[in-house]
Design a protein around this ligand. Structure first.
Ligand SMILES: [Zn+2]
Length: 66
């Protein structure tokens, strides 16, 4: 059985922010999530870019990141 709190690709434990980011960028109704490293691969961008995005969404007051 897959845990909701592990990355679906590499099995790493997920942070709350990563789950929120996955929902925001990929699928609002997702039930499986990726860690920030795998998400960067999926989106063909850098982990640093995603960390900046997380901060931006927090500053915007996005409810997913509360
Ligand atoms: Zn992963």
């Amino acid at each position: 059985m897959k845990s909701k709190n592990k990355c679906v690709i590499c099995g790493k434990d997920l942070k709350k922010d990563w789950i929120a980011l996955h929902k925001k960028l990929l699928d609002m109704n997702a039930t499986e999530f990726q860690c920030i490293d795998c998400l960067a691969d999926t989106l063909c961008c850098e982990v640093d870019d995603l960390e900046i995005k997380i901060e931006e969404f927090k500053e915007e007051g996005c409810i997913l990141f509360k």
